[in-house]
Write a protein that binds this ligand. Structure first.
Ligand code: SIN
Ligand code: FE2
Length: 227
């Protein structure tokens, strides 16, 4: 094959890929951020079964912040490491402090989805060892923060939304930077890493509603390479 044919072949492949899917990166979101609309829809039922099993083994709980306030979002984890918070600070731990047992293993269906989403967003070789599961009931919110407790800040955060829609705030490197509002719906996956890894982000208070599959709340799963 000569050089010209090779070039044409490559262009054809890129064109085909773009035709099948919306581009993963949206320049309006900034560098190294991808919003994959509906990425998890096909597996939502299996994902929800896996999440239910995790929650049964390590129940959701509302943690205390180091400042002594009770979070409005209920949390649990699966994977080798789990994120927790109490008066002593934010950190990853190997055992669920509620029962002093290891966190439930990360179900393969969850891990696979996270790895594929990271790849689709341009991050190859993602090996998540922590999955934080957040449940938002109406009114629950998450104030602007950075995800910076992970040891490997070279790996992205992969965030899956299920159930009721929410408004995600994506800010900048400083807390005071302007934020963009992203509506996140059932099945959407948001990936941020690289130059955007330490951007501030948060979630506006959840509006009451009913989702036909998940019910009256929103679930959010964030996959991280933490340890
Ligand atoms: C988080 O920042 O850990 C949660 C984000 C979300 O609920 O969408
Ligand atoms: Fe976060």
């Amino acid at each position: 094959m000569n050089g010209e044919q090779q070039t044409l072949g490559l262009v054809g492949l890129v064109g085909l890929d773009e035709g099948m899917d919306e581009p993963a990166m949206d320049p309006e979101l900034g560098p190294d951020v991808a919003l994959l609309r509906g990425f998890a829809l096909a597996e939502a039922a299996a994902i929800l079964r896996a999440v239910d099993a995790v929650i049964t083994a390590s129940p959701l709980r509302k943690l205390l912040t180091p400042g002594g306030r009770r979070m409005s979002v209920a949390m649990t984890n699966c994977g080798r490491l789990g994120w927790t918070s109490d008066r002593r600070g934010y950190r990853y731990v190997q055992r669920d402090p509620a029962g002093e047992r290891p966190w439930p293993a990360m179900p393969v269906v969850l891990r696979d989805l996270a790895v594929r989403a990271a790849l689709r967003a341009g991050f190859s070789g993602f090996t998540p060892d922590a999955c934080l599961i957040n449940r938002y009931d109406p009114g629950a919110r998450m104030s602007l923060h950075q995800d910076r407790d992970e040891r490997d800040l070279g790996a992205p955060v992969v965030s899956l939304s299920l159930g009721l829609p929410a408004t995600f705030l994506l800010g900048g490197a400083e807390r005071s930077d302007a934020t963009v509002r992203l509506p996140l719906r059932h099945g959407d996956v948001l990936v941020w890493g690289g130059r955007s890894r330490l951007r501030f982000h948060g979630v506006l208070p959840l509006k009451a509603g009913h989702h036909p599959i998940v019910g009256d709340h929103r679930l959010n799963l964030t996959f991280r390479s933490a340890g």
